[in-house]
Design a protein around this ligand. Structure first.
Ligand SMILES: [Zn+2]
Length: 472
């Protein structure tokens, strides 16, 4: 393994125009040959993806024929079968499923809400229930108290909160370059807002949608309640409705909000991860996983979140084969179930890996949309991040050379504790538009660009090729 890595390092150092960090200068002729071999192999991967790519048509089917597929839904079951058949058609060495019990939450009738002023006149607000919220049991009408943070809520006297809706209205920080960072900083409102509001005696929580977009689409997502406490309904407001409610509250702090939601949680359902493998030619017991999550929220088609990650992962394996590259290590494409509201699929994948004493070298996840490639985020020790960054120059012609330390992916994260892979890796693409669509009705197939999607799958395949050849 070490020998292998050294050979590769020599090639890559040559590509960088550098010299041996391993104590000796590379033999120029051999290094030149290896670098050329790699760069030609990667070119073949991109040729295949751009000219004969299959991921876009696969995504079309998943999005437009199956559609939104929340864990436990009939559509999620159809998606499992679709994933299995797609991988079998691709001719992988082995295709199988991993059974997992998943939560089954249903939205019910379309939610309705109105802001009702002093004169009793109502203005429609665009809302949707947050995942795992209970319904309202008919119309729920109460006053509203607006806060920007949990600290602000904590500072309010009980009388100001009891019997009201708590309205969490902290917007995305527009000064941040990465919208993912803004999402991270605003996300506590959605994840724990309803639970915190309930603890203070509120009747429900209204949460500003986690997006920088200014439109009428509410963005759903998981909210968590604490065991033993009675959950109160939690709804997301579109950013336009949130701005409007805030404005109206300033003029009339006594206004009321009326919410009607019929969502509920049903018993757990049986579902599956879908797995496809190409067996390694030299080190079949060393596994490299590449995956996305098959489930999606129910409001749209789950195109960028995360249909793109699923089709790219399957495509990455197909591209290796089609480009005539025989992976030396085992490559495994995984469509994880239930990322959105439980991560049960990711946890089960890790549990089985541990149970079966598998050796996992690395895992890659694509769950940030199917936009133009940038590179990869690596969750590993600094030396491993540096090793991976040396692959950068080979990806530079495709604008995917930025290999930096960062968060990798929710579904592959449980592998860390279970089987200690050397690196968890997240596919990074341009993220400026991702949160415009994320968890909203706008996340549809027409928002995905064919070439951007195929370039992403090819970037992932190129990294798989390099990891398969050189190890870590
Ligand atoms: Zn996702």
């Amino acid at each position: 393994m070490l020998k292998n890595w050294k050979t590769g390092a020599v090639a890559l150092l040559f590509a960088l125009g550098g010299h041996g960090a391993w104590g000796q200068a590379p033999a120029p002729a051999a290094a030149k040959t290896a670098a050329k071999t790699d760069s030609l192999a990667i070119r073949r991967i991109f040729d295949e993806a751009l000219v004969r790519g299959q991921s876009y048509e696969n995504l079309r089917y998943l999005c437009t024929r199956i559609g939104g597929r929340l864990a436990g839904s009939p559509q999620a079951a159809l998606a499992v079968e679709w994933g299995r058949q797609t991988m079998e058609k691709a001719g992988f060495d082995r295709v199988y499923t991993q059974e997992v019990l998943v939560p089954h939450w249903v939205r019910g009738e379309r939610e309705r809400a109105e802001i009702i002023g002093r004169k009793g006149k109502g203005v429609v607000a665009n809302v949707c229930a947050l995942g795992s919220s209970p319904g309202t049991g008919g119309k729920l009408r109460a006053g509203v108290v607006e806060v920007k943070s949990f600290e602000e809520l904590k500072a309010l006297p009980d009388a100001a909160v009891k019997g009201k809706f708590v309205f969490f209205n902290r917007a995305f920080d527009d000064a941040l370059i990465e919208p993912g960072q803004a999402y991270g900083r605003a996300g506590d409102q959605r994840r724990s807002g309803p639970a915190e509001a309930g603890k203070r005696g509120a009747v429900g929580a209204l949460v500003r949608s986690l997006t920088a977009a200014r439109d009428d689409f509410p963005h759903t997502g998981m909210t968590r309640y604490e065991p033993g406490l009675v959950p109160v309904p939690g709804a997301a407001l579109s950013t336009n409705s949130a701005d409007e409610l805030s404005l109206f509250l300033k003029a009339d702090p006594t206004l009321e909000f009326e919410l009607e939601m019929s969502c509920l949680t049903l018993p757990d359902e049986k579902s599956y991860n879908v797995v496809g493998e190409i067996k390694g030619s030299k080190f079949p017991l060393e596994i490299i996983t590449v995956g996305g999550h098959l489930d999606s929220w129910d409001l749209a088609q789950g195109a960028h979140d995360d249909g793109t990650g699923c089709v790219q992962s399957m495509e990455a394996l197909r591209l290796l084969r089609a480009a005539g590259l025989k992976p030396e290590r085992t490559m495994r494409a995984v469509l994880f179930m239930n990322e959105e509201n439980g991560v049960r699929g990711g946890n089960e994948y890790a549990r089985l890996a541990q149970l079966n004493h598998e050796t996992h070298l690395a895992a890659i996840e694509s769950d940030g949309g199917g936009f133009t490639p940038r590179g990869f985020a690596v969750d590993a020790d600094p030396a491993t991040v540096r090793k991976l960054a040396r692959f950068g120059p080979l990806l530079a012609p495709y604008h995917a050379a930025a290999i930096v330390a960062g968060h990798a992916g929710t579904d592959i994260e449980p592998l860390q504790a279970a089987v200690h892979p050397k690196a968890l890796i997240g596919y990074n693409c341009d993220s400026q538009r991702y949160f415009d669509l994320h968890h909203a009705a706008t996340d549809t197939f027409d928002k995905v660009n064919r070439r951007e999607l195929e370039l992403g799958g090819a970037s992932m395949a190129a990294l798989l090729y390099l990891l398969g050849k050189y190890g870590l």
